[in-house]
Design a binder for this molecule. Structure first.
Ligand code: XMP
Length: 567
């Protein structure tokens, strides 16, 4: 809706209808539940009698049918993928139709188990597919609409038109939402919240904290806005200089780099497992932040804390009761908790989505080199530099070699920590990698051996720690990959491209590099992207020339069953 230029908010499904009385329209979203599951999301049924148009999508349509006396059938296998939608002729013209102006049969994207077998009394079936009779239903006189397919995904080419018909034609909304046009009012709000006090930020160099910082900077002036950037020693090559240059270009005189590598690296010396590393890093962050709070006197009443919280963060932290992912903020600094408890907090981006934050950033003159960067995890290179305690050979299995290197995966609802299967050639399809994972118990990830200084049977996993030498090795490898994928344009085809160092190699060259380019929408799921062969070979050859690198592998596992990061 916001992409169409109409202001929209996300509310918990159970929100009482009375609170939505002023809405021009309501969309009940999709979701994986069945209306027959105990505890599945529900709505206040009075919502369907409010008089405002309601559109149910997927589960939303099923819930609408269920509540109004239609029949929902429990699906055993479900339907996932493209389908051909046949439309009723009347609905191609009628003003109150979702399908107005859409020509003929349409490709749509389906993803559902249950389906509506019979619409509620008073509803008409307005579109069907060969396998789903009630692909769309409506009761225009009651302003109620449902679709089983997903108009919001790119695989439904006419989806944008369908949603436009709903929001403009049926709800009568007008374009009223333009994030980039709100800078002046955001700045005024910042001045009001700050009320004469100064603002300090812990900035990460990422998009959100940089845009939030810049808004405050423009609003209050550089004397009143302070940004502390903690260099943990786990950054990528050139990262700290890049961030420093960006803040200098913004005119941020109150920007400070805190060199905390001498604190983080010794603390991580004994850490081998991913969660241990994350815990140590979290604890060290707490120490550094507390120190900065005290030395800069941010705890006195003259300062408030600025944060780059964006809209999805507020939803995930419990804004809606049924949100699948709840982020926990463990390791919160006591001093910061106190500031938050006292309400000395300013979050200028809390009602914006990521794309809108980028639009604001562009308007504020922040460089696209910063705004369009791939996401990068907070714990930095630490969780891409795998460690180990034992020496072990790979084990031959009928599908390839099981490497004694453990990485994290997601299978079912839980995380796994298992070995990696190495194979010789790229599988014919990426689904084949999932089959290999299913067939090889004890494995959650599959890699292709692209290039190696020795035969896999001659290579070994070695005891390895998070040393300065290995971090430097990974930093070099990551810089090589970034340079080549940027020069070839490949980096614009991927959502994220982790480069991972694994302690698997020869006596002379103890490590190997894993390439992990993936495509994703939000990081919750991911699919493998295959690099052009020529680029891959050039990259592998250059990586194998680096000190200490024995081989190059290519991760061919989607998420699930593997995670994007290896740790
Ligand atoms: P996974 O590996 O869970 O990653 O598939 C999903 C997305 O989250 C990022 N990620 C992190 N980001 N701190 C962060 O700030 C972390 O500890 C962390 N772990 C994973 C990852 O880069 C990917 O974009």
């Amino acid at each position: 809706m916001r992409d169409l230029g109409v202001f929209a908010e996300v509310a918990p499904s159970e929100t009482p209808a009375s609170q939505l009385a002023s809405a021009k329209g309501v969309i009940i979203s999709g979701g994986p539940a069945s209306v027959y599951d105990p505890g599945s999301p529900h709505i206040d049924p009075r919502l369907l009698r409010l008089g405002a148009p309601v559109l149910g999508i997927c589960y939303g349509q099923q819930l609408m049918a269920h509540l109004l006396g239609g029949q929902v059938e429990k699906g055993e296998r479900g339907e996932y993928g493209f389908a051909q939608l046949d439309l009723r002729a009347r609905d191609l013209q009628a003003e109150d139709s979702l399908f107005r102006g859409i020509a003929g049969p349409q490709q749509v994207w389906m993803s559902h188990r249950d389906l509506v077998a019979a619409p509620p009394p008073g509803f008409q079936v307005v579109a069907s597919t060969p396998t789903c009779r009630v692909a769309a239903m409506s009761a225009p006189d009651r302003r109620l609409y449902g679709v089983q397919f997903h108009p919001e995904v790119v695989h439904t080419p006419s989806g944008r038109e369908i949603l436009s018909n709903f929001v403009f034609g049926i709800c009568g909304c007008v374009r009223d939402w333009n994030p980039a046009g709100q800078i002046e009012s955001l700045e005024a709000q910042i001045r009001e919240t700050a009320a004469g006090r100064n603002v300090f930020f812990f900035v990460s160099g990422g998009v959100d904290s940089t845009v939030a910082f810049t808004l405050c900077l423009k609003s209050l002036g550089s004397q009143r806005v302070h940004g502390a950037y903690v260099d943990t020693g786990l950054m990528r090559q050139g990262e700290t200089d890049f961030v420093r240059a960006n803040f200098a270009a913004l005119g941020a005189s109150g920007f400070q780099v805190v060199d905390a590598a001498p604190q983080f690296l010794p603390a991580l010396e004994q850490a081998i497992e991913p969660e241990h590393k994350r815990r140590v890093i979290g604890e060290e962050f707490v120490r550094v932040q507390q120190r900065i709070l005290e030395t800069e006197h941010f705890l006195d009443g003259n300062w408030i804390l600025g944060q780059g919280t964006i809209y999805p963060d507020t939803i995930e932290s419990g804004g809606t009761a049924k949100a699948d992912l709840i982020k926990t903020h463990h390791n919160r600094v006591a001093g910061i908790q106190k500031i938050i408890d006292e309400g000395r907090l300013i979050e200028p981006l809390s009602s914006f989505y990521k794309d809108e934050v980028r639009a604001l950033g562009r308007q504020l003159g922040i460089s696209s080199a910063l705004l369009d960067r791939h996401p990068f995890p907070g714990p930095g290179l630490a969780i891409r530099c795998l460690c180990g305690a034992v020496e072990a050979p790979p084990v031959k299995s009928k599908d390839g070699w099981e490497l004694p290197i453990r990485s994290v995966g997601v299978q079912g609802d839980s995380r796994t920590y298992r070995a990696v299967l190495a194979i010789d050639d790229f599988p014919s399809s990426m689904e084949e990698a999932a089959l290999l994972v299913n067939r090889n118990e004890g494995v959650n990830r599959v890699v292709v051996a692209v290039r190696a200084a020795a035969r896999i049977s001659e290579m070994r996993a070695h005891p390895a720690r998070l040393t300065r030498q290995r971090l430097a090795r990974l930093r070099h490898a990551d810089a090589v990959v970034r340079r080549l994928s940027h020069d070839s344009g490949f980096d614009s085809q991927v959502w994220q491209f982790p480069v991972v160092l694994i302690p698997f190699g020869t006596a002379d060259c103890p490590d190997s590099v894993v390439l992990r380019p993936i495509d994703s929408v939000d990081g919750m799921t991911a699919s493998v992207v295959r690099a052009p062969e020529e680029l891959l070979q050039r990259t592998a050859a250059e990586l194998c020339r680096l000190e200490g690198v024995a081989g190059v592998f290519y991760d061919v596992t989607n998420k699930p069953p593997a995670t994007i990061e290896w740790e």
